[in-house]
Design a protein around this ligand. Sequence first.
Ligand code: ADP
Ligand code: ASP
Ligand code: MG
Length: 399
Amino acid sequence: MRIIVQKFGGTSVATAEARRRAAERVVQACREGYMPVVVVSAMGRRGEPYATDTLIDLARQVKEDVPPRELDLLISCGEIISAVVMVQTLRALGYEAVALTGGQAGIYTDGNYGNAKIKRIDPRPILSKLQEGKIVVVAGFQGIGEDGNITTLGRGGSDTTATALGGALQAELVEIYTDVDGVMTTDPRLLPEARILSAVTYREVCEMANQGAKVIHPRAVEMAMAKNVPIKVRNTFSDAEGTLIAAEIPERVITGLAHINDLTRVTVKLNGGEDTRRVQVMVFSLLAEAGINVDMINVNPGEIFFVVRDEEAEKALTLLREKGLTASGQRGCAKLSVIGAGMQEVPGVMARLMEALDGAGIDVLQTSDSDITISFLIKQEDLRRAVEVLHRKFDLHKG
Ligand code: ADP
Ligand code: ASP
Ligand code: MG
């Protein structure tokens, strides 16, 4: 059985015309001899009747807090509606299709409402429908806990449904259809000269996604990597070849840039006394107890620096000051990450990056790095210019 998983994101199923284009992709796969398993997101974006954010707003308008179980039950409906409408679209083209919820498709999660992880997949329900000659359309972004409750997989989680099914069904390929031509060197909304990458490694795209590039969910990439299932990111609305995501691809020093906005840089002054270590531990325990995520951490005997989201800054600063610590925050920062599997073996990458930023008069507030990523914390107003100069410095616009 040659199985292909084809996932269509919110904009790819938003209108009747878009759904027809999506269905044609499915029909084309059938003609090529594949058995398609289709995964759909909820239709459209906030404001459109069955979009995820619209459903969330609907419940919150009644009362701001919504029990996590009920919220998941509600937002899972967006994808279910979309699956049934996609079945109808395929039937209108003369193809037999069946819609399954995540649970009906055999997707079992850890039961963590709002951000559940897929624990296991029973492939039998989908395989038996495929054997009946039907196209299977699965509602993305959901599964059931072992107790039978519906749980959702975190925002953007339909990508994860697709790659997890790809692994469980031993699909030849997982296609992620979206509204751009593929994975690009940087966010095209920020820099129009961003270029499509014809191939990227799992690790690179996972880093890009973790560092703010919303094109694919990082957990989706991890699931594909674990089973070595290739992914193709393609545009529903164009014939562009798209981006292949796989384990091995020709390496280059820098592959792409990603960014996260709306960050605050927190500085905590330490007095260097003998209780320094105790205070260092206390700072991070306080933040952990309050559920505040910290990033770009730098601890030294005189100071502690870290980054939190702007919306959590006030809470973090208050907690620290209540303990008598001297803490200050610089709001409106952005984290710009430079990603490339090839940078590991090449000396001088940091020097070239710093040179380019210096040439543009951009102050670097802090940096962090891992083997394939270097991240810069800069002022948000410098972000666009920084993306532009780094993109140029490494000839990312040239391909
Ligand atoms: P879907 O609804 O199809 O899942 P998303 O909105 O989740 O689509 O993801 C696609 C969007 O990701 C694009 O419209 C684009 O603006 C954004 N994006 C951010 N960074 C990148 C990047 N490096 N490459 C491609 N798209 C990116
Ligand atoms: N509809 C969900 C969301 O908006 C899941 C997805 O689109 O992948 O987050
Ligand atoms: Mg998405």
